[in-house]
Design a protein around this ligand. Structure first.
Ligand code: HPA
Length: 275
């Protein structure tokens, strides 16, 4: 455990040397196909993951790996352009390591984005869903093992995983800009295969609106450290017990592209307005 603390501190020290101005107010994690958000950052410094000690390196194409420090709407942000997933073979500690480092750097808010498969029959491809809650179906819990007492409690509260205030702000922005947004429950599965029709059906029965392979571990760890969290999911395909979508990674990226302008507008204005 001391080793994990040491690694976090070592990595935070290195990243701190790139944070030449104010501490970022927001950490942002970009999901599949959402890398255009990168262009919204007025870059101050950048570090490739390969140059950050202890940082996991993504193995999926469409997921680039660099950390960007800069400004959006004149507020300081630290953006992870590219994330790693449990299905790539990383342990939960590795997947959530960047969150620990962000907290160590004094960042208090986290904005995540991802692509997911919709199971709510009212959803369409290209919709943006504000995640209001999640169901963790990963086979391993990111907080399993000795508790990191310096960061949070053994049994963290999960009654409000996603910030109600941030959700309200996002909904206000959507309304003001005439953007259709959905709100729903994200179910996290390990992947990497997409779901069978029966599995999409299961997700729906369980109370899910969308299903994907990321985000849940990061959110749990961020909440362990009491960071304020919000997450947006782009619906890239629709599945259900009677629908068997022929999903490919390319289709996911295409649908993410279509939703991109809305995601950008929502994230930019959230950063601009959020007190
Ligand atoms: N499942 C189904 N569709 C998806 C996913 C997923 O995990 N990710 C993006 N689209």
């Amino acid at each position: 455990m001391q080793q994990y603390y040491d690694k976090i501190n070592e990595t935070a020290r290195i990243i701190q040397s790139y944070i030449t101005e104010h501490t970022p107010e927001f950490a942002i994690i970009l999901g599949s196909g959402l890398s255009k958000l990168e262009d919204e950052v007025e870059v101050i410094s950048e570090i490739k993951y390969q140059n950050i000690p202890n940082f996991p390196k993504s193995t999926v194409s469409g997921h680039k790996g660099k950390l960007i420090y800069g400004k959006i709407q004149n507020r300081y942000v630290l953006m992870m352009a590219g994330r790693v997933h449990y299905y790539e073979g990383y342990s939960m500690q590795e997947v959530t390591f960047p969150i620990r480092v962000f907290a160590q750097l004094g960042i208090k808010r986290l904005i995540l984005s991802n692509a997911s498969g919709g199971v709510n029959p009212n959803f369409s491809i290209g919709d943006v869903m504000i995640i209001r809650d999640h169901i963790n179906l990963f086979p391993e819990h990111p907080l399993r093992g000795k508790n990191l007492d310096l960061y949070g409690v053994r049994f963290p509260d999960m009654s409000k995983p996603y910030s109600h205030a941030m959700i309200a702000e996002l909904e206000k922005i959507a309304q003001e800009n005439n953007i259709k947004v959905q709100k729903g429950v994200y179910v996290g599965l390990q992947g990497p295969s997409f779901e069978t029709p029966a599995e999409y059906g299961m997700v729906r029965i369980l109370g899910g609106d969308a299903v994907g392979m990321s985000t849940v571990p990061e959110v749990i760890v961020a909440r362990h450290q009491l960071m304020e969290v919000c997450a947006l999911s782009v619906i890239t395909d629709l599945g259900g017990p009677e629908i068997s979508p022929d999903v490919s990674h390319e289709e996911v990226l295409n649908a993410a592209n279509i939703a991109m302008p809305n995601v950008i507008l929502l994230v930019k204005n959230l950063i601009k307005n959020y007190k």
